[in-house]
Design a protein around this ligand. Structure first.
Ligand SMILES: *[C@@H]1O[C@H](CO)[C@@H](O)[C@H](O)[C@H]1NC(C)=O
Ligand SMILES: *[C@@H]1O[C@H](CO)[C@@H](O)[C@H](O)[C@H]1NC(C)=O
Ligand SMILES: *[C@@H]1O[C@H](CO)[C@@H](O)[C@H](O)[C@H]1NC(C)=O
Length: 374
């Protein structure tokens, strides 16, 4: 009897040890919903540029006026409320928004709940956004993830860290618009590049750089990716204003370049799904999604898809950026665009919802909830 009892105890102890070993990271309840590691430009920057000496800044009112966590104070987000990355993290049950890598509190266990590397003005190419003096381009953002990667090893131990990153972490990349708007299409500054490089050659360069950046993330154990294509950048209030278009017109060249890039991006993601073993690259069709929002804006509860809520100048308030002295609409959730360049939180909510639960028209081969559960 006594022997049986101690044998039972030994067995119990053995089972507890096995349990601790194989479910090490699941013991931490706050890690069960995983993390978002967010890369890209001002569409998803959550405050990195606050810490850079740059002309591209959003930590000035009235940006953030509808951001509840800050009491309506600006945070460095280029919109009135949450970005798509914020909303997705919230919906997936992550305990708090991904912390900006540059922020002083991006330390300790906070990094296990997600880190945001995105930077206003940043692009795939190093030269993109040079007019802002400073920004984090994609190469640097991946360098920074490499730093985070080592910190996660320290926090969880190498084996659990690898498990957490491959199975529980979603890597989102929202980039490319600035490579056109603040690089290839810029007059004067990029004249040289435009004369020496055809659109097609420039786009091939973009895709080759992006392939390298995504492969580096894969080599750091990223497996679950979502990559947004470039939206209809010829339809933003800034473009409509400076080209003196009417409300439902868009500038052709930027949209044409975006579509040309998007076609090659789709091929790249198919290629990486074939070649990088164990990885899933989800394609987010932001172009069609935003086009649908703009075409049928009334159906989605908006009153305008052409006029910026916050900004000044011209018919669509599209010349002077959003700031303390610019005018602001009173019905912020009725505008597709918050400022001359960026969607409102109301638009971000619709886009995020589609990426989370939408069908293959907008997100493929799986949506974000399915990607999380893979
Ligand atoms: C880090 O600081 C920012 C800005 O003060 C704050 O909004 C955020 O909630 C903090 N994040 C964490 C994880 O403490
Ligand atoms: C871009 O800058 C990074 C970091 O400074 C550097 O490692 C990389 O080689 C550069 N890429 C190109 C294409 O020049
Ligand atoms: C990460 O950093 C280490 C040096 O600490 C370097 O050897 C390695 O190549 C880097 N990995 C990537 C993917 O950049």
């Amino acid at each position: 009897m006594a022997l049986n009892y101690s044998a039972f105890l030994a067995l119990l102890l053995f089972m507890i040890i096995i349990n601790l070993n194989s479910f090490g990271i699941c013991q931490d309840d706050d890690l069960k919903n995983g993390a978002s590691y967010i890369f890209g430009d001002s569409l998803v920057d959550a405050g990195n540029n606050n810490y850079l000496q740059t002309l591209s800044k959003a930590n000035i009112p009235p940006n953030g006026i509808d951001f509840q966590a800050s009491g309506g104070n600006p945070t460095g987000r280029y919109t009135n409320g949450r970005t798509i990355g914020d909303i997705v993290g919230e919906e997936l049950g992550q305990p708090h928004f991904a912390t900006p890598f540059m922020a002083p509190n991006c330390t300790g266990r906070a990094i296990l709940h997600g880190v945001n590397y995105a930077s206003g003005g940043g692009g795939i190419m190093n030269a993109t956004g040079r007019i802002f003096v400073n920004r984090l381009s994609m190469d640097i953002q991946v360098d920074y993830f490499n730093i985070t990667r080592k910190q996660i090893d320290k926090l969880l131990g190498a084996a659990n860290a690898k498990d957490y990153i491959t199975k529980k972490s979603i890597f989102s990349i929202t980039v490319g618009s600035n490579d056109f708007l603040n690089n290839y299409l810029l007059p004067v500054i990029s004249m040289g590049a435009r004369i020496t490089q055809s659109p097609d050659a420039f786009i091939v360069d973009l895709i080759n750089n992006l392939r390298g950046q995504l492969t580096r993330l894969y080599n750091l154990d990223a497996r679950k990716f979502i990559i947004g294509n470039v939206g209809p950048i010829g339809c933003i209030p800034y473009q409509k204003t400076i080209n003196q278009l009417s409300a439902n017109q868009c500038v052709e060249l930027p949209n044409k370049l975006a579509l040309q890039y998007n076609a090659r991006l789709k091929d790249l993601l198919a290629e990486l799904n074939d070649n990088l073993h164990g990885a899933t690259f989800v394609h987010a069709n932001v172009y069609d999604l935003v086009m649908e929002l703009m075409t049928n804006y009334e159906k989605y509860g908006f009153t305008t898809a052409s006029k910026a809520c916050c900004g000044n100048g011209g018919q669509f308030a599209g010349i002077i950026p959003c700031g303390p002295t610019s005018s602001m609409c009173s019905d912020r959730d009725k505008h597709v665009f918050w400022d001359p360049y960026h969607p409102s939180e109301a638009a971000n909510l619709i886009i995020a919802k589609q990426l989370l639960d939408g069908d293959p028209k907008y997100v493929s081969p799986v949506n974000l909830r399915q990607l999380r559960d893979l």
